[in-house]
Structure formats: C-alpha cells, structure tokens
Design a protein. Sequence first.
Length: 262
Amino acid sequence: MVSRLPTYLLSSERMDQDNLRALLDQVRAGTVEVEAALTRLRHMPFEDLGFAKIDHHRALRHGMPEVVFGKGKTPDQISAIVAALLSNASNVLVTRTGPEVAERLRREHTDAEYFPGAGAVRVWRDRTVRGKGKIAVVCAGTSDLPVAEEAQVTAEVMGNSVDAIHDIGVAGIHRVMHHRDRLSEARVIIVCAGMEGALPSVIGGMVTAPVIAVPTSIGYGASFHGLAALLGMLNSCASNVTVVNIDNGFGAGYAASLINRL
C-alpha cells in the first residue's frame, strides 16, 4: 500500500525545498556566507531555545509573520523569542502583554511600537500591502476600542490596508448609516461589540462582504462578560456573519487577512 502524506505536509515540504534552494543560490552567488547559511540551516525546521521552539518556517507555510502570545511568559522569555524571530523575519507581533515587556522590547528594538489599549507590541519593518482590498475594523462603542485596536494592529502587520471606524453602535443607528459607503468599500469587515452584540447583524445586512464578529466583554451583569454578545452573534440572522471568541481581536484580524489575500 502506498502511503500518502496530507496535502498540507506536501505543501510545507515544497516550500522548505524552495527556501533551501533559494539559500543555496545565495551561497553560490556569494551574497550569503557559508557560516551564515549553516546557521540558518541549523534552525530548520525550528530553533530550540529550551523554553520555546521558534518556528521560523511558519511564515513559509501560512504566509503570515509569527505571533507571540505574551500572557504567561516572562519578559526574558519574550525578549529571547522576539530576538530569535527577528533574526530571520522582518515583522513580529506580541499580543496580550504589558508596559514592562513593551519598555524592554522598545529598548532592544528601536522600531518596536507599543499599543497599550490592545496590550500589543509590533515590529513592522516590511510594510508591503499583500491584501487585495481594504479591511474595515469597526467597534460599537469606545469601550470596545482595545479589542478593535488589537484587530487593526494584527491586520496591518499581516499586510493589509485598514479603515478604522469607531463608536457606531446600534443605540444610534444613524451613525452606522453615515458610514455606509466606507463599509461597502471594504472587502472584509471586522465588527467588535459588547452589550447585546447586535451591530454585526446590522452591518451584515448592509454589505456583500464577509463580516467577522468579535464579542467583547463589555456590558452590565447579564452580559456575563461577553457571553450574551457571543450568543447573540452566533444566532445572527445575517448569513455573512461569522464569529470568533470573546475579546479575540487578534483572531479576527488574522482570519480577515487570510480572506483578503484570496
């Protein structure tokens, strides 16, 4: 019986071969020294830091830069991971982190940007736009801004043009209608909303683009920290609405980026 590898493994193998071929061509041309090439080869398919295994090939497989989930990691760990990633890549995003880590990364990498609302740090050296259209990032209220900012920062570092539209919740429906043209121009729309989570359904009924709904943990007691908004979005009557987890602006920005490249 002939064993067949899954398509994604075959695809990964082909990309590894292409990357290896490009590296060998650079050595032959003299643009990369032999020792430098050996160092890069040593990190294939990942670099083991002991406490973390750095996947330098993730961008080859997914077409997206690596992302570091900062919560639960020490500043030393995050610093080492980011340094290792930037030795082989231009862009890195750290999510769910705080001022202490941000200050350290900004000392070590002068082009690092800190977004305190979203709790994100971004190194964005390659600003090539790879998306085929514009991603609109919408939030219902000002309290939803941190989640919307995480989605925006993510979508931008993934190579997209982003149009941010803030504070257009359904309690003032005229604010939504005021931005109808901007919403219609977007290829993908991310909508962040708390309370009852109604805004994605409203926008979904106005546009032809896919809408990625992000329930936020904003609301009074019966909102159950975003559960009410999540359930409302999951039960949306707008067929073009899909939903990510509560407060998951990163997941929405990442998924929107993949859609925008199709």
